[in-house]
Design a protein around this ligand. Structure first.
Ligand SMILES: [Zn+2]
Length: 164
């Protein structure tokens, strides 16, 4: 018995019907999506995509961090990405707390997280615009690359364009 028995069994089932062996690591639809780790988000499904179509970058809050920029550079120049959609979502936990709140919460567990930046989102719209600007003005990414922002509504399944 391991903590992962359920997913190992799930994979055994998945692999019996596996039909994606012909895919390459390039994004077939030329798309990268930056979204949150929220477990309600099915990035491929909600955008009408399938395996092989897009690069999916996820973190808490769908923030454009240095690591996301690093990954986008690789995705653009090595892996066929030609457009980027930044997609935060409604009811995001990162919009409900501040970094200070997180430090306080972890302290209850005896953990000092003050050396970490959590990139919490006090104003989701402002954070999204800031993150879009980070990509659009990055000296490492093509100036004419389409970069869009939209918020996914986890209660309706609908995408609300903010800046496309
Ligand atoms: Zn979230």
């Amino acid at each position: 018995m391991s903590a992962f028995d359920d997913v190992i069994a799930g994979n055994a089932e998945y692999a019996t019907g596996f039909a994606n062996s012909g895919l390459t690591g390039r994004a077939a639809r030329g798309l990268a999506v930056v979204t949150c780790m929220d477990s309600r988000i099915d990035p491929l499904g909600l955008l009408g995509l399938k395996a092989g179509d897009a690069k999916i970058l996820r973190n808490a809050g769908a923030r454009v961090t240095d690591d996301v920029l690093r990954t986008l550079v690789l995705a653009v120049y090595l892996l066929g990405v030609e457009r980027v959609l930044v997609m935060p979502h409604t009811d995001c936990g990162m919009a409900k707390v501040t970094d200070g709140d997180v430090h306080d919460l972890t302290q209850v567990h005896g953990v000092d997280t003050r050396s970490l930046e959590f990139h919490t989102v006090p104003d989701q719209d402002a954070a999204l615009r800031h993150d879009l600007t980070r990509i659009r003005t990055s000296p490492f990414l093509p100036k004419d690359m389409p970069v869009g922002g939209a918020i996914y509504d986890v209660h309706t399944g609908k995408l609300m364009p903010v800046s496309l």
